[in-house]
Design a protein. Structure first.
Length: 144
């Protein structure tokens, strides 16, 4: 089953919290945890992954916290997904030529490639700015 894992879902929530407060200063991990209901056990690892991929910047100390590294409009869902899960890959046979013994004669491989490209395009088309606008429209996360 193709499925977004829980850590990725939580990472999107972290990015959404930061995006909703972009330009207002840094958010603490506690604020993110409270607003987005992300368990602390997940939060620290997610922050480390997002920071390692340079999606967020972390600051320590009394004025510490987290903030996005760029403007909200420049982030997309694929980038967040891949920061947590690695490259989008729906089948091992698409990873590299020669992985599958049926590589050249497989009728399924081109279909997997088409589906993967479609998923990649869709994930790239969804920006963090759109998600913030959608959350505001439906009144979700009204803690601003």
């Amino acid at each position: 089953m193709i499925r977004i894992n829980r850590r990725t879902d939580y990472a999107v929530r972290v990015m959404l919290a930061l995006a909703r407060h972009a330009g207002e200063g840094r958010l603490s991990t506690q604020q993110i945890q409270d607003q987005m209901l992300v368990p602390r056990a997940f939060l620290q690892r997610i922050i480390a992954d997002l920071s390692r991929q340079k999606l967020i910047k972390t600051y320590t100390g009394p004025n510490g916290g987290l903030e996005l590294t760029r403007s909200v409009e420049t982030f997309n869902l694929r980038e967040i997904y891949e920061a947590i899960e690695g490259p989008l890959l729906i089948s091992d046979c698409l990873e590299a030529a020669g992985v599958c013994p049926l590589d050249k004669g497989c009728p399924v491989r081109p279909r997997w490639a088409c589906l993967q490209a479609l998923m990649a395009r869709e994930l790239e088309a969804i920006t963090l700015a759109e998600l913030v606008a959608d959350a505001d429209k439906i009144g979700q996360f009204q803690t601003r």
